[in-house]
Design a protein around this ligand. Structure first.
Ligand code: 5GP
Length: 367
């Protein structure tokens, strides 16, 4: 229909109860996930994938730093955001958001033994006083670390915004990644209070049960598109966090305007991920769990507090061998996507992107 856009946000249930206006709204505009689209191929002058560069240089709004690398970040989950992973990912110029459960001494040792990996790691922290003082201790002990990942499940609280502001004031020259949010106004809010990169995603993760437990979320590709637009208007960046299951999803995230991508599950079966290999019926697996799963809460907080429920799963994923093979598969897929759409660099990808809405992604005849 040709309804004006404003009318698309329908007031589905405005009614008065005891004189109090209640206004439940439904946004009718279609919101998309990676599975809902494909990238339209376009004519190009590129002759080979080897002509595509996946390195990009970023200039951060607040820290005033520049950083060059491949903008893939391994998630700060204690299974994959490990120092071993960081040592490997640095070879590919990718970042690891190190999980927050290493001690200051372990950080010191890592920085001394793997100095080449230091520009490719981020220190993670939540908003607790304990996290804040540990963040200060790590940054003071390891001056080469320039990325801070401030991470809470719900980036919408005022308390979180003020934590971002405090860390920004304390560490003016560090690049702050903050999240998670899924809407434009909160992306702007975080950037205005000191974030250089806003992490986007509520509920899309492979071991996340937030949508099931709370009914809250936002289709990830639309969240990325809308937040990227808001961030870029303010000279900030976004990082699409969660729900990337294959190189094609990564290409779509960049196509939607994401500057960085964060992935957890994709690395879970690697040698560099923590967790023992389990063998069952001749097949090898590794354990993987969400950071607010029962498993993680038992490990780090002595159990699930009574007032909350677990919002993460524990799973076993097939063993995949070295992370390098997955990196090469991802980068190969991304280079090929760039060739199909005619983008010589990652930065050009959004400009060369037209998404086509689809009802089918893959031919499943052979499973
Ligand atoms: P994946 O790449 O595995 O699809 O998503 C990784 C992301 O899932 C993480 O970066 C983080 O944002 C999110 N995540 C990790 N653990 C949990 C959890 O226990 N609950 C929820 N809701 N999200 C999680």
């Amino acid at each position: 229909s040709s309804l004006p856009r404003a009318a698309a946000v329908a007031t589905a249930g405005a009614f008065f109860a005891g004189g109090v206006a209640s206004c439940m709204r439904i946004e009718e505009e279609v919101k998309l996930d990676y599975k809902d689209v494909l990238l339209r191929p376009k004519r190009s002058t590129l002759r080979s994938r080897s002509e595509v560069s996946l390195d990009r240089t970023f200039h951060f709004r607040h820290s005033k730093r520049s950083w060059t690398g491949t903008p893939m970040i391994v998630a700060n989950m204690d299974t994959v955001g490990t120092f071993t992973m960081a040592t490997e990912m640095a070879k590919h110029h990718c970042i690891v958001a190190i999980h927050k459960h290493y001690t200051v001494d372990e950080w010191k040792q890592f920085a001394a033994e793997q100095p080449q990996a230091v520009p490719y790691v981020a220190v993670s922290a939540g908003t607790s006083a304990n996290d804040m003082s540990k963040l200060d201790a790590i940054l003071s002990t390891c001056p080469g670390v320039t990325f801070i990942c401030l991470d809470v499940a719900n980036g919408y609280s005022e308390f979180f915004v003020s934590a971002v502001k405090t860390v920004r004031e304390k560490w003016p020259q560090h690049t702050i990644i903050a999240g998670n949010v899924v809407t434009n106004e909160m992306t702007e809010e975080l950037i205005m209070h000191g974030a250089d990169i806003v992490k986007v995603g509520i509920g899309p993760g492979s071991v996340c049960t937030t949508r099931k437990q709370t009914g809250v979320g936002y289709p990830q590709l639309s969240a990325v598109i809308e937040c990227a637009d808001a961030a870029h208007g303010l000279g900030g960046y976004v990082c699409a966090d969660g729900g990337i299951t294959c190189p094609g999803d990564a290409a779509k995230a960049f196509g939607g305007g994401s500057d960085f991508i964060m992935m957890g599950g994709i690395w879970a079966g690697c040698d560099e991920a923590a967790g023992a290999i389990v063998e069952r019926n001749g097949q090898k697996f590794k354990q993987f769990y969400g950071m607010s799963s029962n498993t993680a809460m038992k490990k780090h907080a002595g159990g699930v507090a009574e007032y909350r429920s677990s919002e993460g799963k524990t799973v076993e994923v097939p063993y995949k061998g070295p992370a390098a093979a997955i990196v090469l598969d991802l980068l190969g897929g991304l280079r090929s996507a760039c060739t199909y759409i005619g983008a010589a660099t990652l930065e050009e990808v959004p400009r060369r992107t037209t998404f086509i809405r689809v009802t089918q992604q893959l031919n499943q005849v052979f499973g």
